[in-house]
Ligand binder design. Structure first.
Ligand SMILES: O=C(O)C1=C[C@@H](OP(=O)(O)O)[C@@H](O)[C@H](O)C1
Ligand SMILES: C=C(OP(=O)(O)O)C(=O)O
Length: 450
């Protein structure tokens, strides 16, 4: 895996531009109890894309302002959507499916969401225009072929402008005919989400059949919910093995984003590590579609005390975390690294399984976790689909972040309980959480930037 950060993908909304490392430490004060988390990446990029594709005006309140949403907005503007951002509210005038010509290539940065959600909707235009879409270096190594194959099955004109099966893509707006399409769910749920979003703008009904179960199925439910908010109904069976969508056009709406549950989990994990109580406000365990909110169930099994409030979730860490446990993290795999980071503090091994697909995320996350834990002198066994982490006392070091926001955020938590924990290239957190280190300071840790 490359260790050079792809700085082109850092946006004007990124933080820590000239900071090469941060050191995280526990300060003397008790950790603050409450914290508010910025908007959800997954909801924000879906809402921005659907609002831009829609007929009419939309406002999206509570957006996440990060690299992923910045590049999403830039690409949508080049495609003709009018977007104004004021604070955390985006006002959008959509194109009604008729994307504008762009002489220059569109650059979408490193976000899997934009990379997988945009191509089908762009191909659904019926203007005959062509576009080139380029992505960051890592996003150009992440898979898109199953999605493109599926979109081609319903008539999309999409070509590979570089290596076969990867970004950059050349897309011509010749419409989507519709029909039946088969796709596997075992590499990325985002393929299914992108296919469903595009299918609404096809000329005839689309039936999607899932040949192998979806890795993080809740994200598809988030897609269906957002499509509904923009006027499109998707019917599906209970197992999420078949979806039916009729031709229609998205309609503008006023929508509100939940806080980012994935970001919230770092604070729950911090509570788990430090025997503190931390409450994340404005998030509902009962009603959130974001799968990562269920990470508190993992923490509960490891001995944390969890309080589910009507609009908050609170975690209190135990004296000792319980180990000798195996967790399938398949359904909430963005938290596999968070679990890996806190695992050495359990009183027995923690085994993480069924997350082979995270080898295709911002880094090969199984390999990254194995290498980092080993550098912290923690014993690890690596499997194809996960890893087993043995109890131990990590020895502080400078941790490589692999240009992966979740690597940086998860392992920085160790600074609260281990001396000399520094993170190299902390600015990579900007992909989804530019003010992450400020939030660590707000809660009571000391962060030194260098
Ligand atoms: O649709 C989404 O918003 C996401 C889907 C998941 O990706 P995969 O299904 O590709 O693993 C998740 O890991 C990612 O952070 C966000
Ligand atoms: C996998 C992730 O992101 P994406 O696929 O949206 O780039 C993530 O945020 O952990």
């Amino acid at each position: 895996m490359t260790s050079t950060p792809d700085l082109e993908a850092r946006s004007p909304w990124a933080a820590l531009h000239n900071v090469s490392q941060v050191t995280v430490k526990r300060s003397n004060r008790t950790l603050k109890k409450d914290i508010a988390i910025p908007g959800s990446k997954s909801l924000t990029n879906r809402a921005l894309i659907l609002a831009a594709a829609a007929k009419g005006n939309s406002s999206v309140e509570g957006i996440l302002k990060s690299d992923d949403s910045y590049w999403c907005i830039e690409a949508l503007k080049r495609l003709g959507a009018e977007i104004q951002v004021d604070g955390d509210i985006a006002q959008i005038k959509g194109v009604g499916g008729e994307w504008r010509r762009s002489k220059e290539a569109l650059y979408i940065g490193a976000g899997g969401t934009v990379a997988r959600f945009l191509p089908g909707l762009v191909a659904a235009a019926r203007t005959g225009e062509s576009w080139t879409i380029k992505a960051s270096k890592r996003m150009s190594e992440r898979p898109v072929k199953p999605l493109i194959d599926a979109l081609r099955q319903i008539g999309a004109t999409i070509n590979y402008e570089g290596k076969e099966g990867f970004y950059p893509l050349g897309i011509t707006g010749e419409g989507l005919k519709g029909g039946h399409v088969d796709i596997s769910g075992n590499t990325s749920s985002q393929f299914i989400s992108g296919l469903l979003m595009a299918s609404a703008h096809a000329e005839a009904p689309v039936t999607v059949r899932i040949t192998e179960p979806i890795v993080q199925a809740s994200y598809v439910l988030i897609t269906i919910e957002l499509m509904k908010q923009f006027g499109i109904e998707v019917s599906h069976d209970q197992e999420l093995s078949r979806f039916d969508i009729s031709p229609n056009t998205y309609q503008g709406n006023h929508v509100h984003m939940e806080p980012d549950a994935s970001g919230a989990c770092y604070f729950f994990a911090l509570a788990a590590l430090t025997q503190s109580t931390i409450r994340v406000n404005n998030i509902s365990y009962e009603h959130s579609y974001q799968p990562d909110i269920r990470f508190v169930d993992v923490l509960k099994e490891m001995g944390c005390h969890v309080v589910i409030g009507p609009d908050y979730v609170e975690v209190t860490g135990p004296k000792t975390l319980k180990g000798n446990k195996t967790f399938s993290m398949r359904a909430m795999s963005d938290q596999a690294l968070t679990l890996a980071a806190i695992a050495p503090f359990a009183d027995g091994p923690i085994t993480i399984r069924e997350v082979e697909h995270i080898r295709h995320h911002e880094s090969d996350r199984i390999q990254a976790a194995t290498e980092i834990l080993t550098s912290l002198q923690i014993k690890v066994e690596e499997y194809n689909d996960g890893l087993k982490i043995f109890p131990g006392k990590p020895v502080g070091t400078l941790i490589r972040s692999y240009d992966d926001h979740r690597v940086a955020m998860a392992f920085s938590l160790l600074g609260a309980v281990v001396d000399d924990i520094s993170i190299h290239d902390p600015g990579c957190v900007s992909k989804t959480f530019p003010n992450f280190f400020e939030k660590l300071e707000e809660i009571g840790l000391t962060v030194t930037r260098k």
